[in-house]
Design a protein around this ligand. Structure first.
Ligand code: SF4
Ligand code: SF4
Length: 403
């Protein structure tokens, strides 16, 4: 749908955060006072892959590529064979881990490329081995595909056993006896939470993936009616590096991805779904080993009245040798002098890793079987989800985005 008003920059659009604030204030706009709401989510999306194509040599130099590593990250050659033409097509999994460092994986590689950093390609062919330095501009194709992403929220995990468990839902082994919790999901600003029946997230609909224009291909793997997710694709060349990245869990490298979409207010059912706030969005709390639901809360416990960011007090640092906070920072954001870089996704990990309270934040807590359990890890960054939604709002207001 293209509204005439959009060309005159008069479309009335709010971000989901702005809209929910109005609801909390009791100032809900009438349905004819607003045209659309933009939503966003940012977090670990393990189903992220990238497809690349580049010219490695002149034609006739080699028959076929046998293996390629980008900054040590393994790739999957093909599917096109590219016999004798010097080209290599390949796929990189966002969860692939570098052979050179377990802290570097597909997610960080994608971000490095978008930052226009040079990467090292180690190429083995059927008759030679050589290296090549590449930047994103050397690729004919550099495209991210979500096999599944933007889940309509997710879950919280605790470990009810009496022993710590290493899991993809923690960056350190998750302590037993429900001593701590980890959470995922951006709550009330999530695109599919605001469009639970996928009326406005159909194949062919435009979305922003990592800040770049993309398109929904369909529902993603493991999508269900109750817990839908999306499959989508976007070229990497215009992506925003702040809206993507890498993360390292206790089980290996992961990929941080963002998705933003716009929900046009076309009917009362759509408008009703948009009015649901964190307090009404269920968050099941699951035992990480048995995957049994042990309690239930709402996303208000995760995002209401908590610190979205962390505070840093470098003067409290006693230089205790190997910095535990830096070692367990899943994005590599902490430097030697306790300086936190823009890589920080406010996951909270450093707040419990540092014994001296250099890093602090109120990350909220969950109530599990009569016990208050602190949230010690967030695998979603609501601030960046809001940033993605704001970016899309600006695109619409400037007439650069067709609803
Ligand atoms: S763990 Fe805390 S006190 Fe120790 S070096 Fe790191 S920031 Fe400093
Ligand atoms: S909150 Fe702490 S551990 Fe998490 S990304 Fe930021 S600096 Fe790293």
């Amino acid at each position: 749908m293209m509204k005439a008003a959009q060309n005159e920059n008069k479309i009335r659009v709010m971000t989901a955060s702005e809209f929910k604030t109005k609801i909390r204030e009791g100032k809900i706009p009438a349905i004819d006072e607003i045209d659309a709401v933009t939503c966003g989510t940012f977090g670990i999306m393990s189903g992220t892959i990238a497809v690349f194509s580049f010219q490695a040599t002149e034609a006739g130099v080699f028959g076929k590529a046998k293996s390629v590593f980008f900054n040590g990250v393994p790739t999957v050659i093909g599917p096109c064979p590219n016999e004798n033409n010097g080209f290599i097509d390949l796929i990189v999994l966002g969860t692939a881990v570098s052979k050179d460092s377990e802290k570097y994986g597909g997610g960080r590689l994608f971000k490095d490329l978008v930052l226009r950093r040079a990467i090292l390609a180690e190429i083995e062919t059927d008759n030679d081995s050589f290296t090549k330095t590449l930047t994103i501009d050397d690729f004919n194709t550099a495209r991210i595909i979500l096999t599944r992403g933007a889940f309509k929220n997710y879950t919280a995990f605790v470990n009810v056993s009496d022993e710590s468990v290493s899991t993809i839902f923690s960056v350190r082994p998750l302590k037993g006896e429900s001593e701590e919790a980890t959470v995922s999901g951006c709550g009330e600003i999530n695109p599919l939470q605001n469009d639970p029946f996928l009326k406005h997230h159909k194949p062919g609909t435009f979305v922003l993936i990592n800040g770049a224009p993309g398109i929904i291909i369909g529902t993603g793997t493991r999508s269900t009616k109750d817990k839908p997710n999306l499959s989508a694709a976007a070229d990497m060349f215009e992506m925003n590096p702040d809206l993507m990245g890498g993360f390292v869990t206790a089980k290996g490298a992961e990929c941080l991805t963002s998705v933003a979409s716009v929900i046009p207010i076309t009917d009362t059912e759509t408008y009703a779904a948009l009015q649901i706030t964190d307090e009404k969005i269920s968050l099941p709390i699951i035992d990480v080993s048995s995957r049994r639901i042990v309690a239930e809360t709402t996303y208000a416990a995760v995002w209401k009245g908590v610190d979205a960011e962390i505070s840093v007090s470098p003067e409290k640092c006693n230089r205790c040798g190997e910095c535990a906070a830096a070692a367990f920072c899943p994005t590599g954001a902490i430097s030697d002098s306790c300086i936190v870089s823009d890589e920080c996704v406010f996951c909270l990990s450093c707040t419990s890793a540092c014994p001296n309270g250099v890093f602090t934040a109120d990350g909220g807590s969950l109530f599990v079987n009569g016990k208050t359990v602190p949230i010690r890890l967030r695998q979603s960054d609501r601030r960046r989800g809001e940033k993605a939604a704001s970016l899309l709002k600006s695109e619409i207001e400037f007439g650069r985005w067709v609803i």
